[in-house]
Design a binder for this molecule. Sequence first.
Ligand code: XMP
Length: 184
Amino acid sequence: MTTPRVHPDVERVLITEARIHRRIAALARDIGKHYGDAEVTVITVLNGSMVFLGELLHRLPMPTRLDSVVARSYGAGTKSSGRIRISRQWQLPLKGQHVLLVDDIFDTGLTLKRICDHMRREHPASLRLCVLLDKPTRRVVDLQPDFVGFTIPDQFVVGYGLDFAERYRNLPYIAVLKPQIYRA
Ligand code: XMP
C-alpha cells in the first residue's frame, strides 16, 4: 500500500489516522466499562461527528439506540458566533434513558451546553458527553466532557469529520491548514 499524500492545503498533521483509530478503540472500551450491559441512547451531533461516530459506534460493546441532532454556530468561518441553533432535534424519547451525546470537538462548550440543557428537560436517567477533541483553554461554560479522545491546543483544526466551510471533512487525520487558506 502506498502512503497517502498530505493534502496541499495542510500546514501540519496534528494527529495521524493510526493514532486516532487506536484512541477510539480505547475510548470505546472505557465507555463500555462505564455502562456495562445497560442500553445507551447515542445521540450524535451532525455533521462534524459523523466520521468519529462511524468508527466509535461499531466498537461499543453495550446495546445502543442511535439518533442525531443538528446544531450550528460557526457558519463558514473559524469563530463561533456564540448563537447556537438546534436546527434538527433528536426523535427518540429520552425519559429514563442513558444518553451519550457524541460530538467532534468541545471548544467553547456552548453547543453541547445548549443541547444538554434541552435534553435534561426530558429527564434522561443519565447524560454523558463524548468528544474526539477537547480544547480546554477555550471553555466558556461550566461543563466538562466525560470521554475525550485527544486534548489539543487552541488551533482551528480540520479533518476526520471537521470542516472549514464544509471542506476537508474527508481527510483521514486531524490537521491545521495553511494560514492563507483560513484567510481566503
Ligand atoms: P463550541 O465552541 O460550541 O464548538 O464548543 C463546537 C462546534 O464548533 C465547531 N468547531 C470546530 N470545527 N475545527 C472545526 O472544524 C475546529 O477547530 C473547531 N472548533 C469548534 C464544531 O462544529 C463543534 O461541534
